[in-house]
Design a protein around this ligand. Structure first.
Ligand SMILES: [Zn+2]
Ligand SMILES: [Zn+2]
Length: 342
């Protein structure tokens, strides 16, 4: 059982526990073509027809699509569970809400086991962006999903099929809440959206990576890592999910070379989307994609969304540490009694 918990005092989230999402059978990758039956039926399948048009389908238990280009499936070892734990804990100090439940899906963006996003062409990246957009909108239709988190990590040394993770959460990730507050503060003080200003000021400047007439990719003025890239629209847009097909293609023209450059310069990196919720109309930050070096093993979710992930539940760790503490206590008491000659 995996669940998200808020801490007692602040707005930190903890996720516990995480089980490996690696293939169950080491010799067979369930995400590779030919092993469709090892996964649940795909809830969305994209195939590119002759002539370039895109077909969107759904799989059923009996009917699997063989010639898929992109598939979206429920994650077999989810970071967040769809149901609250049973039995429910009722005595959680200061907590008014239950642990956060949600949904965890993975987009398989390519048939190739070694097909990293950083080595894809513009058309492939555009289709991947379309699948994120289409499936994200579908996730927002679910009751209880108020935020869809998007996460991809690329480890050049790793041997896992590339996956884009989509987590549907009932609450906003804490880092997004921080970004919204910072955005409001800047709006109050200067009257302008910070990312509108950054996109315009960095255009053709020393930190611009690439740009076209709609999007720019920049290295931020004060990066949070050795290598970082922000991709954003020049015009103030609040929701990635509302982009038109034309804009998705223009975005792919900028994202594709930025992904390639990050892999070349940083080696391993991760990618997240800071975009507003489709269910919170008051959220109005300028949406962006952020790529940063490092982040393997879901570390990027902690670094960029503020959600900590642990391998075991606090209760399980507590059991272990309590056993040590009680043994130590018994030994201390025996020693104390011995000294007092009891
Ligand atoms: Zn594979
Ligand atoms: Zn803006």
């Amino acid at each position: 059982m995996s669940e998200l918990r808020r801490d007692y005092f602040e707005n930190h989230f903890t996720l516990a526990p995480i089980t490996s999402i690696a293939p169950r059978r080491r010799d067979v990758c369930p995400f590779c073509p030919g092993h469709e039956d090892l996964l649940p039926p795909a809830e969305m399948v994209f195939t590119r027809e002759e002539g370039g048009s895109i077909r969107k389908m759904e799989e059923s238990e009996d009917e699997r699509v063989k010639d898929w280009d992109i598939k979206v499936v429920r994650c077999l070892s989810p970071l967040v569970s769809e149901k609250p734990s049973q039995p429910r804990e009722t005595r959680i100090p200061f907590r008014k809400v239950d642990p956060v439940v949600g949904a965890h899906y993975v987009i398989i963006p390519t048939r190739r086991h070694d097909g990293r996003l950083s080595s894809m062409g513009i058309d492939e990246v555009a289709l991947m962006l379309l699948s994120i957009q289409e499936f994200g909108k579908k996730m927002y239709q679910r009751k209880g999903v108020n935020y869809v988190l998007i996460y991809y990590e690329e480890d050049l040394k790793g041997d896992q099929h590339p996956l884009v993770h989509m987590l549907g959460l009932s609450e906003l990730p804490p880092a997004l809440t921080g970004e919204i507050q910072a955005h409001r503060r800047t709006m109050r003080e200067s009257g302008a959206c910070p990312l509108c200003v950054i996109a315009e000021v960095e255009r053709s400047g020393p930190r611009e990576l690439v740009s076209n007439n709609q999007f720019i990719s920049v290295f931020p003025w004060a990066p949070s890592g050795e290598f970082e890239a922000w991709i954003m629209p020049f015009k103030h847009r609040a929701r990635f999910f509302r982009l038109t097909h034309t804009s998705l293609n223009r975005l792919a023209e900028i994202l594709t070379p930025t992904l390639a450059a990050m892999a070349k310069a940083a080696g391993s990196f991760y990618m997240i989307f800071y975009t507003n919720s489709l269910k919170r109309s008051s959220m109005n930050i300028h949406w962006s994609i952020r790529l940063r070096d490092g982040g393997s093993g879901f570390e990027g979710i902690m670094l960029s969304y503020g959600i900590r992930i642990y391998k075991e539940r606090p209760e399980d760790h507590a059991k272990k540490i309590a056993r040590h503490a009680r043994r130590a206590m018994a030994e201390l008491l025996v020693e104390k009694h011995r000294r007092h000659g009891v």
